[in-house]
Design a protein around this ligand. Structure first.
Ligand code: SF4
Ligand code: SF4
Length: 366
């Protein structure tokens, strides 16, 4: 076991199992079971990790974690038979390894990157075969099919308009059950947690309508965003780099897709618990959603990444109309109107609105 885990001590391994339990939202009572599942896995699942059209950012994300790294656990415990980015083998040796594993069957097939389908898959070839053909072969004899990153899940950036290479996600190419772990890149916890769940319970975790494990993608970002108060108060970031960007002002006016994006980034954080997009003053780009990056309006027109999404635009408009009314009304009437706006915009009503951002207030003081 120690040899397989490449220097990870038993104590560290149990500690890692405990963090896995927390990651999966399980009680500490599950720690022995998780450790046993991981140990047993040393003899079991082979993994074929195939790269299509993408940037290999999900591989980088996976191996960019703290000790014990998910990479040490996953790459040490699982028998990775083929993974272009990290494997030592190349050429015919690597191809044979791939073919032998497919022939044996019983492996986990992981797809990273989108699959070009135009021109019979000619835009992404490995060893004279299209990735489309290789992915179909790999999926046909696997136990589980897992797509990591938004490109492999739904096409992602390689499938962005006008998508001349006909890029698609794994499920659209191979059909059947595919566990989608989207993200640009996918969070290492999402990848390791999902694989651990499969090992522990011998089944895929509960998935949402887009094939994503609900335990990581069950809530919208907006629900736990620390800038939510700014949203409720109508305090909008107007220009990147200004003071408001660093505070709790809302980034909805700058294209934040938090209200329609399902992921646990605000609580999980990235880079070993350091930060995440919105706290680092960047709007959520909705990178885990099937329509990323080409979100479209009701007329099918692509919305700019920095333009408010329709849900936020509607809410913002209602809020601004409320402020205008408030300026011409008594306080009592305005307070009642707050609830009406909330109901109209599909959010909780009852706001304390100053009507001005801090920048505007400062302007007024000058
Ligand atoms: S719109 Fe974005 S920045 Fe504003 S509260 Fe929602 S998630 Fe946070
Ligand atoms: S905050 Fe949004 S854009 Fe950033 S990683 Fe999470 S889902 Fe992706």
């Amino acid at each position: 076991m120690r040899e397989i885990l490449k220097g990870i001590s038993r104590r560290d391994f149990i500690k890692h199992s405990a963090s896995m339990a927390a990651l999966l939202g399980l009680s500490e009572l599950y720690v022995p079971q998780i450790a046993a599942a991981l140990e047993n896995a040393a003899k079991k699942p082979a993994v074929l990790w195939l790269n299509g059209s993408g940037c290999t950012g999900c591989t980088v994300s996976l191996i960019n974690s703290e000790h014990p790294t998910p990479a040490e656990i996953v790459l040490g415990i699982l028998s990775i038979r083929y993974m272009e980015t990290v494997m030592a083998a190349s050429g015919h040796v690597a191809e044979k390894q791939f073919e032998d594993t497919v022939h044996e069957g019983g492996y986990v097939f992981v797809m990273e990157g989108a699959i070009p389908t135009a021109e019979n898959g000619a835009y992404c070839m490995i060893g004279g075969k299209s990735v489309m053909e290789i992915a179909k072969e790999a999926a046909a004899n696997s136990v589980y099919n897992v797509a990591v990153g938004s490109c492999a899940c739904y096409g992602g950036i390689p499938a962005g308009d006008p998508n001349p290479t006909g890029c698609k996600g794994l499920k659209d190419v191979v059909g059947g059950t595919v566990v989608n772990i989207p993200g640009c890149p996918a969070h290492p916890d999402w990848m390791v947690g999902t694989i651990t769940h499969i090992l522990l319970f011998g089944e895929v975790p509960e998935l949402d309508e887009h094939g994503r494990p609900k335990m990581f993608f069950g809530k919208v970002i907006h629900e736990n965003c620390q800038r939510r108060t700014g949203y409720e108060l109508g305090h909008w970031v107007k220009n990147f780099g200004e003071e408001e960007t660093e505070m709790d002002y809302c980034m909805g006016g700058k294209g934040c897709r938090g209200p329609v994006t399902h992921a646990d980034c605000p609580s999980r954080l990235w880079n070993s618990g350091t930060n995440y997009c919105i706290a680092a003053s960047a709007p959520c780009a909705g990178c885990v959603e099937p329509d990323f990056p080409d979100f479209k309006d009701a007329d099918g027109k692509i919305i700019s990444l920095y333009a408010p999404i329709p849900e936020v635009a509607k809410y913002k408009e209602a809020l601004e109309a409320e402020v205008e009314h408030k300026e011409g009304m008594g306080a009592g009437t305005a307070a009642a109107l707050g609830a009406v706006v909330g109901a109209a915009a599909g959010v909780a009503g009852g706001y304390a609105i100053s009507g001005k951002t801090k920048s505007e207030e400062k302007e007024g003081e000058k």
